[in-house]
Write a protein that binds this ligand. Structure first.
Ligand code: IMP
Ligand code: MG
Length: 185
C-alpha cells in the first residue's frame, strides 16, 4: 500500500483551519437553536470526525444518531443517483429538530435521497450541515444551511474522508494527485 505522502498534492485545509471553522459553525448553530434540542444525524462513515468535533462546540442539548447509505451500481467516486439505506436510525425523528451532518457534497444525489427519506418521517425541521461543498460538481440542487468550506473540484482525503477506505484519521484535508495514486501498489 502506498504511503499518502506519495500522492498528496497539497494540504488544502489544515488542522487549525478545521478547528477554527468548526468552532464558528458550532457557535452559529448554538445561536440558531437556542432554547431547543438538536438531533444530529451523521452520515457514516465520512462525517464521523466532523460530527464529534462539531458537537463539542455546541452549547445547546444535542443527541446523535448514525445512518449509512450506499449508491447503486457506481464506482467509489461516482454517485449514480439511487441511494439505499444500509444502516437506519435507531430513533424516531418525528417532531424533532434534525440536522444532517455530512462530510462532503459532490453531485448532491446522496443527500437529496437522504433528505427525501427523512422528510417522510415528519421532523419538526430538517437542515443540512456539511463540512465541504464541491460546488462545481453539483448535479441536483441541495439546500445547505451550514457549510464549512467551499472547495475546488479535486478529490480530497483525510479528516473523515477516505482514500479507498484508508487515511480517514489524518487531522487535515489534502488533495490527491491521481497521476501518482496507484491502488494496486
Ligand atoms: P454525492 O452524492 O455525489 O454528493 O456524493 C457524496 C459522497 O461521495 C460523499 O458523502 C463522499 O462519501 C463521497 N465523495 C465525494 N467526493 C469525495 C472526495 O473528494 N473525497 C472522498 N469522498 C468523496
Ligand atoms: Mg460520505
Amino acid at each position: 500500500m502506498q504511503d499518502y505522502h506519495d500522492y498528496l498534492d497539497e494540504v488544502l485545509i489544515t488542522e487549525e483551519q478545521l478547528h477554527q471553522r468548526i468552532a464558528e459553525l458550532g457557535a452559529e448553530i448554538s445561536q440558531d437553536y437556542q432554547g431547543r434540542q438538536i438531533l444530529m444525524i451523521c452520515i457514516l462513515r465520512g462525517g464521523v470526525m466532523f460530527l464529534t468535533d462539531l458537537i463539542r462546540q455546541l452549547t445547546v442539548p444535542v443527541a446523535i444518531e448514525f445512518m449509512a447509505v450506499s449508491s447503486y451500481g457506481s464506482g467509489a467516486r461516482a454517485s449514480s443517483g439511487e441511494v439505499r439505506i444500509t444502516l437506519d436510525l435507531n430513533t424516531s425523528i418525528t417532531d424533532r429538530d434534525v440536522i444532517i451532518v455530512e462530510d462532503i457534497i459532490d453531485s448532491g444525489h446522496t443527500l437529496t435521497s437522504v433528505i427525501e427519506m427523512l422528510q417522510t418521517r415528519n421532523p419538526a425541521s430538517l437542515y443540512v450541515c456539511t463540512l465541504l461543498d464541491k460546488v462545481q460538481r453539483r448535479e441536483v440542487e441541495v439546500p445547505i444551511r451550514y457549510c464549512g468550506f467551499k472547495i475546488k473540484d479535486k478529490f480530497v482525503f483525510g479528516y473523515g474522508l477516505d482514500m479507498d477506505e484508508y487515511y480517514r484519521n489524518l487531522p487535515f484535508i489534502g488533495t490527491v494527485d491521481l497521476e501518482r495514486y496507484d491502488p494496486n501498489l
